[in-house]
Design a binder for this molecule. Structure first.
Ligand SMILES: Nc1ncnc2c1ncn2[C@@H]1O[C@H](COP(=O)(O)OP(=O)(O)OP(=O)(O)O)[C@@H](O)[C@H]1O
Ligand code: NI
Length: 440
C-alpha cells in the first residue's frame, strides 16, 4: 500500500505586478506518494516552478499564495505542532500554510530540499564547496539534536546528538564530523577525489560537477522530498543522462520522494512514476505514464507529445535507449502553434485556457472545464470536455473565433517556444524536448 507524503488542495499563487494580477497557479490539486517520482511537465510559463516553490515556501513578493492547503505527512511534525496549532493537523498530516513561518523554515533542507537548473545560485562563490556542504550537514545535525525535532525518523538518535553537543560543545568537533560527511556526500554523487575537491571553490568545478555538488548539498539534510526544478536542462546531453542516473540511483537508495519539474517528456519517461501536465497554472491532464503517453485525451498533451519525434509511449521507448546517448541536434522539436496564454487575471476569461490554440475547440470549451475522469487508470484525470464527448465538426468553433483580441494579449508575452522573438537565452531552452531514454 502506498501513502501520500504530500497533498496540495486548491493551491492558488498570484503575483501582484504593475501590469496587474498574474494567476501563476490556480486552484491546483496535487497528491504525491511517498517514494515516488512525480513529474510536472509543460511549456515555459505554465506555472511549474511557481507550483514547486509554493510547496516549499519559496514564493517571494510580489507573489503570494492566496488560497489552498498544503498537507505534509510527517507524524513527528504533527505531534510537535498539534498542541499549539490543532487546526493545522489532521492525523499525521500538517497543513504547512497554517503553521508559523518558523516551523516551515525548520523543514527546509531536512524535510524538503530543492535543486535548480543553475547550480551557481546554490553556492556562495567565496566559500569552498566542502564548507558549504558541511554547513548544510550542520543544519541537519542541529535539527536532529533539537529535542522537539519535527522529524520522527531522527528521534532515535536525537538524544545522543543532544548529549554529544552538550558534552562536547566545541564547534571544531562538530565541524570535523560535518566535513567528513560532506566528503562522503561528494563521493556519493560521484565527484572524483572528493577529499581534494572539497577544498575547491565553485568556479573550479565544471557545470556537471557543480550540479552533482548541488545534489550533495541538497541531500545533506536527508530530505523526505527533493524538489528538482529542471535539474539537467543546462547540461549537455551525456552529462544530463549521468545526472538523471545519479538521481534515479539516489532515489532508489534513500527512498526519498522527488517532485521533478521539466519541459522534457523524455526525462519524464525515464524518471517518473506519475505525471501532471501543466498549462496556464493548472494541471490539465494527470495520471500514470501510460495514461499520459498512451491514453491521453487533452489536445495539449497530444501537442506536447507530437512535438517529440519518434515517441510512441513508454513501451516503444524501452527499445530506444541508445537515443539518449546521441546529441539532440537533429531532434529540434516542433513547438505547438500559438502562444502560451496571458496569465493576467483580467485577460484570462472563463473558457478553457487552451481553446485558442486547440485544434479541437468546440462551443463546449467556452466554459472552463472541470477535471473529468480519464479512460486510463484510476489516476487518470483530464481537464477537457473531450473526456466526456467526441469531437464533432458541427460544434467546432470557427478557426478565427479567438481572432485578434486574444492574439494581441498573447503577443505581449515572450514566446516560450524558443523562436526568435525570445530574448532570454535560458527560455530558448524551454522547448519541449525528447531525449528518449529508457524508463526504468
Ligand atoms: N517574480 C515574479 N513576478 C511576476 N510574475 C512571475 C514571477 N515569477 C513567475 N511569474 C509568472 O508566473 C507564471 C508562471 O511562471 P513559472 O516560472 O512557474 O513557469 P514555468 O512553467 O516554471 O516556466 P519555465 O519552463 O520557463 O521555467 C509566468 O507567467 C510568470 O511570468
Ligand atoms: Ni520554471
Amino acid at each position: 500500500m502506498t501513502t501520500d507524503i504530500l497533498r496540495v488542495d486548491g493551491l492558488s499563487t498570484r503575483f501582484f505586478t504593475e501590469q496587474g494580477q498574474v494567476n501563476a497557479v490556480s486552484d491546483l490539486d496535487l497528491r504525491i506518494e511517498r517514494g515516488e517520482v512525480f513529474g510536472i511537465v509543460g511549456e515555459s510559463g505554465s506555472g511549474k516552478s511557481v507550483t514547486a516553490r509554493s510547496v516549499i515556501d519559496l514564493i517571494e513578493s510580489p507573489g503570494r499564495i492566496t488560497d489552498g492547503e498544503i498537507w505534509f505527512n510527517d507524524d513527528g511534525l504533527a505531534e510537535a505542532v498539534a498542541d499549539d496549532h490543532p487546526e493545522a493537523v489532521d492525523g499525521s498530516f500538517v497543513n504547512l500554510l497554517e503553521v508559523p513561518e518558523r516551523v516551515r523554515r525548520s523543514l527546509r533542507g531536512t524535510s524538503f530540499s530543492m535543486i535548480f537548473q543553475d547550480p551557481e545560485s546554490s553556492f556562495n562563490p567565496s566559500l569552498t564547496v566542502g564548507e558549504q556542504i558541511a554547513e548544510a550537514v550542520e543544519v541537519q545535525r542541529r535539527a536532529s539534536a533539537n529535542p522537539r525535532s519535527t522529524r520522527a525518523k531522527t528521534r532515535e538518535y536525537s538524544l545522543g546528538s543532544l548529549v554529544l553537543s552538550t558534552v562536547l560543545p566545541s564547534r571544531k568537533y562538530v565541524s570535523e564530523a560535518s566535513r567528513e560527511r560532506a566528503i562522503e556526500l561528494l563521493e556519493l554523487v560521484g565527484i572524483p577525489d572528493p577529499v581534494e575537491r572539497a577544498d575547491e571553490y565553485p568556479h573550479e568545478y565544471s557545470g556537471g560537477m557543480l550540479q552533482r555538488a548541488m545534489i550533495a548539498q541538497a541531500l545533506a539534510g536527508e530530505p523526505d522530498v527533493l524538489v528538482a526544478d529542471e535539474p539537467t536542462t543546462a547540461l549537455d546531453v551525456t552529462i544530463q543522462a549521468q545526472v538523471l542516473d545519479l538521481l534515479d540511483d539516489l532515489q532508489e537508495e534513500t527512498g526519498m520522494t522527488i517532485l521533478l519539474i521539466t519541459h522534457n517528456l523524455g526525462v519524464v519517461a525515464r524518471m517518473c512514476d506519475r505525471v501532471g501536465v501543466m498549462y496556464a497554472g493548472e494541471i490539465v491532464e494527470r495520471g500514470t505514464l501510460e495514461d499520459v503517453f498512451d491514453d491521453h485525451v487533452h489536445p495539449y498533451t497530444e501537442g506536447l507529445l507530437g512535438s517529440i519525434p519518434d515517441l510512441e509511449g513508454p513501451t516503444a521507448r524501452r527499445a530506444a535507449d541508445d537515443r539518449a546517448e546521441k546529441p539532440r541536434g537533429g531532434g529540434r522539436l516542433e513547438p505547438i502553434p500559438g502562444n502560451v496564454p496571458s496569465l493576467l487575471d483580467r485577460e484570462m476569461g472563463d473558457r478553457c485556457y487552451f481553446a485558442d490554440r486547440c485544434p479541437k475547440a468546440m462551443e463546449d470549451c467556452l466554459s472552463h472545464p472541470p477535471e473529468y475522469d480519464g479512460a486510463g487508470s484510476e489516476e487518470h484525470e483530464v481537464r477537457c470536455v473531450l473526456a466526456t464527448r467526441e469531437y464533432t465538426e458541427a460544434r467546432a468553433l470557427p478557426t478565427d473565433y479567438f481572432g485578434k483580441a486574444d492574439r494581441a494579449a498573447a503577443d505581449k508575452h515572450a514566446d516560450p517556444d524558443g523562436t526568435e522573438t525570445d530574448v532570454q537565452p535560458e527560455r530558448a531552452e524551454s522547448t519541449v524536448e525528447g531525449t528518449g531514454g529508457e524508463r526504468r
